[in-house]
Write a protein that binds this ligand. Structure first.
Ligand code: HEC
Length: 189
């Protein structure tokens, strides 16, 4: 009985010491937070598991609407062209000045297909400690689904097809232009 208590006490003490060391390391500032200093393979693997498992759990019960609806795909084309290409590129784009310095690097969505549920959840909620914003703050669910619908088609598009669909797409009326105008007005006062 006494041995068991000793064992627990030393385990507890060990955990406290480890936590204190981790905190001391954080406090020391030795950790390089720069986006141009990649994670160690172990940290990278760990963070990938955190992201993938979190998205899997949070997205699993989402109901997918009809993503084949051509008007939804068309709307998504306009949204994507207006808000996403700087980070996720488009057919015919090699890289962008913004994307080159990002870490984690945004996937090239003109090449990589996305799972609809995961894509919806990520577009709506964003991803912490990455550059991926939560577009749900400014866009309703159906607008987010339009982007998901478009992303199902994007990897098969040629640069010409891409330009064509974006030209036909309805203007991005969810982009908060009124807010931008208000901002300009405020400045000129
Ligand atoms: C400022 C850069 C930036 C912008 C703008 C941006 N994203 Fe992202 N996005 C990211 C980054 C970075 C990741 C990867 C995050 C990670 O791996 O932790 C990501 C991930 C994603 C993913 C998950 C892809 C996958 O295969 O896991 C989707 C889908 C996505 N973004 C869609 C969009 C859409 C749609 C838009 C436009 C409405 C958009 N993003 C705008 C940076 C951006």
């Amino acid at each position: 009985m006494k041995n068991r208590i000793d064992y627990r006490t030393s385990l507890g003490a060990g955990i406290v010491v480890l936590a204190a060391l981790a905190f001391a390391y954080a406090w020391s500032g030795f950790y390089n937070i720069g986006a141009d200093a990649p994670h160690s393979p172990l940290t990278y693997r760990f963070l990938t598991i955190v992201r993938e498992q979190s998205v899997r759990r949070h997205a699993k019960d989402i109901t997918i609407p009809n993503l084949e609806d051509p008007s939804l795909v068309l709307k998504g084309a306009g949204q994507y062209a207006a808000m996403c290409t700087g980070c996720h590129l488009a057919p015919g784009m090699q890289d962008s000045e913004l994307r080159a310095g990002l870490y984690p690097k945004p996937p090239n969505l003109s090449h990589e297909p996305v799972d609809p549920r995961a894509a919806f959840w990520i577009i709506k909620h964003g991803i912490k400690m990455s550059a991926m914003p939560a577009w749900g703050a400014t866009h309703d669910d159906m607008t987010i689904w339009s982007m998901v619908a478009f992303l199902q088609k994007l990897p098969a598009m040629t640069p010409v097809q891409y330009k064509d669909i974006v030209a036909k797409a309805p203007p991005d009326d969810d982009m908060d232009m009124s807010g931008m105008r208000a901002g300009t007005t405020e400045k000129s006062h």
